[in-house]
Design a binder for this molecule. Structure first.
Ligand SMILES: [Zn+2]
Ligand SMILES: [Zn+2]
Length: 365
């Protein structure tokens, strides 16, 4: 037992915020230092009891009050934007003008958001489409099935040139298929990974060495999570307490890889693991707990989607995506993650990216 008691002023919550440490710093503004070391700069657009909404270089970011360790008020170039936005009329033209103003000021994320609003209100707004780089793509012409053709009457073949001209006219008049301009096929490195905080504990009175070792297993789990999510998720802070029966990640024993119920299990807001939990197991349970990703077993507990770690196939080393998933279409792990975290992409690549450090906070009681 160690008599040391660490005191941490920052409340570590389960919510995540967009960590801005890796991006280029925008001009000054209110500066928020977060309990996980993240830093956000911008203008406060609104706030309530739980959250503060901040306009930043990256667009509107929601910051949990509980995650704020320091808040420095400064004037920001986004102040003017926040003011202007209050008088904004919710019309296509209103948003378009606002988008143009943002473009001039180089508030690119905000400009994009307003042009998207324009298209919600008026999908045919040509200039907004242009700003967003949405191109019209003329469809391959397929012969229409006319009643004429269905009947037994012989079809009179028209002159090809006349036909071509007609088609071209039709193309100009109403493009049928319009698609977002396809970007480079090459895998993108992706954006800033989503940081998660998690609480962990054991029920017994553990010594400091054990708590640190458990922290190392969670750290390794975070690195595995980072790898399978292609560099898009990691554990930024884990707070580990002993003599604490309830937390989000409960060690059931000191030295087991497994629990009393298989490798690990998740239920009632907690994952139960062995004291020597494997990275694979940690990432699997973490995705249940924090992201609501379901298992991929068959009824008789065989891997249903063997490539995926959610199938618990021992050879799995990835999360399935829309291309590799075996089973119901649209139920692959990346699509499910994306429903919850819209900025998750399956065409990102973690290669060459390093998993950000997990801060291990020990509370030895
Ligand atoms: Zn599972
Ligand atoms: Zn799958």
């Amino acid at each position: 037992m160690s008599g040391k008691k660490a005191f941490y002023a920052a409340a570590v919550t389960a919510a995540f915020v967009f960590c801005m440490t890796l991006g280029p710093p925008p001009a000054t503004g209110d500066v928020f230092i977060l309990s996980d070391g993240g830093r956000i700069e911008g203008a406060v657009e609104s706030q309530n009891r739980r959250n503060v909404m901040v306009q930043t270089k990256y667009g509107l970011v929601t910051v949990r009050r509980g995650d704020i360790e320091e808040w420095d008020e400064k004037s920001s170039p986004y102040d003017e934007y926040v003011k202007k936005k209050k008088d904004l009329k919710n019309t296509a033209n209103g948003h378009f003008e606002m988008g143009e103003w943002c473009r001039e000021k180089e508030f690119d994320a905000q400009a994009k958001a307003h042009f998207k609003e324009v298209l919600k209100l008026n999908p045919k707004h040509e200039k907004a489409r242009e700003r967003l780089g949405i191109k019209k793509i003329t469809p391959k012409t397929t012969p229409k099935t006319t009643p004429e053709k269905k009947s037994m009457k012989p079809v009179v073949k028209k002159d090809d040139k006349v036909e071509d001209k007609k088609e071209e006219k039709a193309k100009k008049k109403k493009p049928i298929v319009e698609r977002i301009k396809k970007k480079k096929k090459k895998k993108s490195k992706g954006g800033i990974p989503i940081p998660f905080t998690i609480t962990a504990s054991c029920a017994w009175d553990a010594d400091n060495a054990w708590l640190h070792r458990f922290g190392k297993h969670i750290k390794a789990g975070s690195e595995y999570l980072f790898m399978v999510t292609r560099g898009q998720m990691y554990v930024s802070v884990v707070t580990i307490s002993d003599q604490t029966p309830r937390s989000e990640c409960i060690a059931e024993n000191k030295d087991g890889i497994k629990t009393g119920r298989g490798y690990a299990w998740t239920g009632a807001g907690a994952m139960h693991v062995g004291g020597k939990v494997l990275s694979y197991t940690f990432a699997h349970e973490f995705l249940h707990l924090k992201c609501g990703i379901p298992d991929e077993y068959t009824r008789d507990s065989k891997p249903a989607c063997p490539i995926c770690i959610m199938s618990a196939d021992p050879k799995a080393h990835a999360l399935c995506d829309s291309k590799t998933h075996k089973g119901e279409p649209g139920r692959d792990c990346f699509s499910l993650l994306r429903k919850r975290f819209p900025r998750i992409r399956e065409d990102y690549d973690a290669e060459g990216k390093e998993c950000p450090e997990t801060k291990v906070v020990i509370r030895d009681k």
